[in-house]
Design a protein around this ligand. Structure first.
Ligand code: CP3
Length: 345
C-alpha cells in the first residue's frame, strides 16, 4: 500500500517521531517460547530460514506479542556463504560452522548460484509485506562483507576474529577479492529483498570493533560504502541502516563515508557522543541487552537515559546488539510500554 505511514521509514527520512519507534535486533529468537516451538518443528536452523511457512511465522511472532514498529525478515547473515556452497551448518549449542575458505577457493568464487538458492527468502519477504500490518516497517538485511568474511575464513565464530585478521595481513590481495565479491553479491541480495517488499534494509557489521584504524577504513567502511552505492544506483531512495558494532569514535566518518541513512549504535557508545552523531542524521540503539535480562531498575534507568539524550531527535529505539535467549519476555513488554509512554506526560 503506497501512502501508508511507516514510522521507521519516516525516521530514516530524518523525521523525529515522538515517542520514537522501536524494534529489537534478534527480536525473533530463543527467548520466545513460540519461537522455540516453531524451531523444533522446522528441524535445522537453515530449514527454518529457507521454509517460507516457518520463516514467515517466526517473523510475525514478536509483532503479534509486542506490536513492534518493524518486523525483520527471519533469516541469517550466513545464508550468503551457504549460497556459495561453503557447507554451512548450525550445530546446536555450538553456533555456526562452515568449511574455512583459502586463496584458491576465493579465486574460484562465482555469484551464479546465489540468487536461485535464496529464492525462498524472497518468497518470505513478499508474503510478509502482504500479511504484516500496513504500518509495520519490513526490514531486510545482510551481513557486512567483513563480518561474513570472518566466519568464512575461520569456518566458525571466534572471540576476536584472529584468523581473519591474520589472513588479511598475509594474503591482502585475496582478502580484498573476497570483500569485493561479498559486497557485489550482498548488494544484489539487498536489491532483491527491496524488490520483494522490504521497506528498508540493515547491514550488520557485528565484528567491526576488532579492526585497527586503517583496516576499519579498508574492511568496514569501503565494502559497506560500495554496497550502498550499488543499491542506491539501482534503487534510488532505498533506505539503509548500517550497524558497525564496536566502531566507537569511527562512527562519525562511518556515516559520512558509507552514506547510510541511519547508523546503529552499540551500548558502549556514550550518549553525549550519540547525541552528537544524531546531529548528522538518524541513530538507532543502544540499550545494553543485559539490561533486558536484568529487568527492574537497570532496565528503566537504561531506557530513560537513552530517551532523555536522544528522544528529541531522529531515533529508532533498539538494543545495542541482539536480545539474548535468557531475556524475560515480560521485560520486553515493560520496555515497549516505557518507550511508548515517552513524551506523553
Ligand atoms: O533479528 C532477527 O530477529 C532476525 C533474524 C536474525 C538472526 N541472525 C537469526 C538467528 C538476524 C538479523 C541475524 C543476524 C546475524 N547472524 C548476525 C549479525 C547480528 C549479530 O547478532 O551480531 C550474526 C553475526 C549471525 C551469525 C549467527 N547466527 C551466529 C553467530 C549464530 C549462533 C549464535 C546464536 O545466537 O545462537 C546464529 C544463529 C541464529 N541466527 C539464531 C537466530 C534466532 C539462533 C539459532 C537457533 O535458533 O538455534
Amino acid at each position: 500500500m503506497t501512502g501508508t505511514f511507516r514510522k521507521i521509514v519516516a525516521v530514516l527520512d530524518g523525521q523525529t517521531i515522538t515517542p520514537p519507534p522501536i524494534w529489537l535486533m534478534r527480536q525473533a529468537g530463543r527467548y520466545l517460547p513460540e519461537y522455540r516451538e516453531t524451531r523444533a518443528k522446522a528441524g535445522g536452523f537453515l530449514d527454518l530460514c529457507y521454509t517460507p511457512d516457518f520463516a514467515v511465522e517466526v517473523t510475525h511472532q514478536p509483532i503479534r506479542r509486542y506490536g513492534f514498529d518493524a518486523a525483520i525478515l527471519f533469516s541469517d547473515i550466513l545464508v550468503i556463504p551457504d549460497a556459495l556452497d561453503r557447507n554451512v551448518r548450525f550445530v546446536q549449542g555450538e553456533g555456526p560452522r562452515m568449511d574455512p575458505i583459502d586463496v584458491t577457493a576465493i579465486e574460484a568464487l562465482k555469484p551464479d548460484t546465489v540468487s536461485a538458492h535464496l529464492r525462498p527468502v524472497m518468497e518470505t519477504v513478499s508474503r510478509l509485506r502482504r500479511e504484516l500490518p500496513a504500518e509495520t516497517t519490513l526490514l531486510g538485511f545482510c551481513g557486512a562483507p567483513w563480518t561474513v568474511a570472518t566466519y568464512m575464513i575461520a569456518g566458525r565464530g571466534t572471540p576476536d576474529q584472529a584468523p581473519a585478521r591474520l589472513f588479511a595481513y598475509r594474503e591482502p590481495k585475496a582478502f580484498e577479492t573476497l570483500l569485493s565479491f561479498l559486497a557485489e553479491v550482498s548488494a544484489e541480495y539487498l536489491i532483491e529483498q527491496i524488490d520483494a517488499g522490504a521497506d528498508a534494509v540493515q547491514i550488520f557489521d557485528s565484528w567491526a570493533g576488532v579492526l585497527g584504524e586503517k583496516e576499519f577504513e579498508e574492511y568496514a567502511i569501503k565494502p559497506v560504502a560500495r554496497i550502498i552505492e550499488i543499491v542506491r544506483a539501482r534503487r534510488p531512495g532505498a533506505k539503509i541502516i548500517a550497524f558497525a558494532k564496536g566502531a566507537g569514535m569511527n562512527l562519525k566518518t562511518y556515516r559520512q563515508k558509507t552514506k547510510a541513512d541511519a547508523i546503529g549504535l552499540d551500548w558502549s557508545v556514550p550518549l553525549d557522543f550519540a547525541a552528537d552523531l544524531q546531529k548528522d542524521g538518524p541513530v538507532q540503539g543502544n540499550l545494553d541487552p543485559m539490561r533486558v535480562v536484568a529487568g527492574g531498575q537497570a532496565l528503566t534507568d537504561g531506557i530513560d537515559a537513552i530517551l532523555e539524550k536522544l528522544g528529541n531527535g531522529p531515533l529508532i529505539f533498539n538494543l545495542g546488539h541482539g536480545i539474548t535467549p535468557e531475556a524475560n519476555p515480560d521485560h520486553v513488554t515493560e520496555l515497549v510500554e516505557r518507550v511508548r509512554s515517552f513524551g506523553r506526560g
